[in-house]
Design a protein around this ligand. Sequence first.
Ligand SMILES: Cc1cc2nc3c(=O)[nH]c(=O)nc-3n(C[C@H](O)[C@H](O)[C@H](O)COP(=O)(O)OP(=O)(O)OC[C@H]3O[C@@H](n4cnc5c(N)ncnc54)[C@H](O)[C@@H]3O)c2cc1C
Length: 306
Amino acid sequence: MEDGRKAAGRALSMKVLTEETLKKNVELSKYTTFGIGGPAQFMVEPRTMEELREALDFAESEGLKVLPLGGGSDILLPDSGFRGLVIRFSRLSYVEVRGRRVVCEAGVYLQRLLNLAAKEGLSGLEPLAGIPGQLGGAIAKNAGSYGREIVELVRSVTILTWDGEIVDTDTRELSIVYRGSRIPDLGLVVRVTLELAEGDPEKITAETEKFLERRKKEQPYGIRSAGCVFKNPENAEPAGYLLDKAGLKGFRIGDAAYSDIHANFIINEGNASYGDIIRLIEIGKERVKDEFGVSLEEEIVVVQDD
Ligand SMILES: Cc1cc2nc3c(=O)[nH]c(=O)nc-3n(C[C@H](O)[C@H](O)[C@H](O)COP(=O)(O)OP(=O)(O)OC[C@H]3O[C@@H](n4cnc5c(N)ncnc54)[C@H](O)[C@@H]3O)c2cc1C
């Protein structure tokens, strides 16, 4: 029975994964906020859970590595690209409001959710205004800002495991920590239920605007980057402060530079390469280690160049 179902799934996948849904040699730079990343050997943008399952099946049968990609706003991809299957979530973006709960597919952009929540008079997401990624990526990385982490608003998370099982989890099972979780080991985030508080739409909109304005003042906004490059270290000053004091603001290699506005942002001012960013990361780590004895750790996901 088990084998029969699997075999049926395979046959179906070969029928459904046509050239329209399963693409080859897709340039990834246009799907990352850094604007960096070479071609994906294969890329699929599933529209249904069935297509998503079939994509995993395809990867398994072809022996391909899988890279989930949300808004590409927290990731550095090699110029040589990715050998394997990139699964892009943006077409899985259905959202439904059920009272104070919002049930979302993983590919919904956070900013769309913020707008919807404000309209529906649901409060909680406001401090996350301006974070450019999708909900799945935000859960995997436990995105947060101005004292709010997304995990605080999550009621449940549905995972499609690497073995093809659908599992409903709560956040404890996902070992969600500051800017991380064990989701990469488990599988793909497919659905998330948020629980928000009732509030006044006008007040929520005003709060959202306030946080967005603050972000625009404190960070390089609208310039290509992947947000904060390093996590804030424990028992030390924030990474941006340490990098600033170590003289990195404005330090550049080619078209890549530590931002003048916020030293924990590396920006791409033109045609920065993967190698330029990697070198800047190494130099930032070395200088902060030498000056303050603090080891910085990447917050962004750096995909190795193989
Ligand atoms: C200008 C700017 C400002 C930012 N400000 C902040 C901030 O204030 N706070 C903050 O926390 N972050 C910030 N970020 C970083 C980033 O926006 C967040 O981490 C965001 O939540 C990442 O979501 P994404 O969809 O872009 O993830 P991606 O970059 O696409 O992926 C990040 C990781 O999650 C995995 N992933 C993505 N989708 C799924 C899925 N459905 N299932 C399983 N794994 C998945 C990827 O494989 C990867 O490992 C900022 C980025 C930029 C460019």
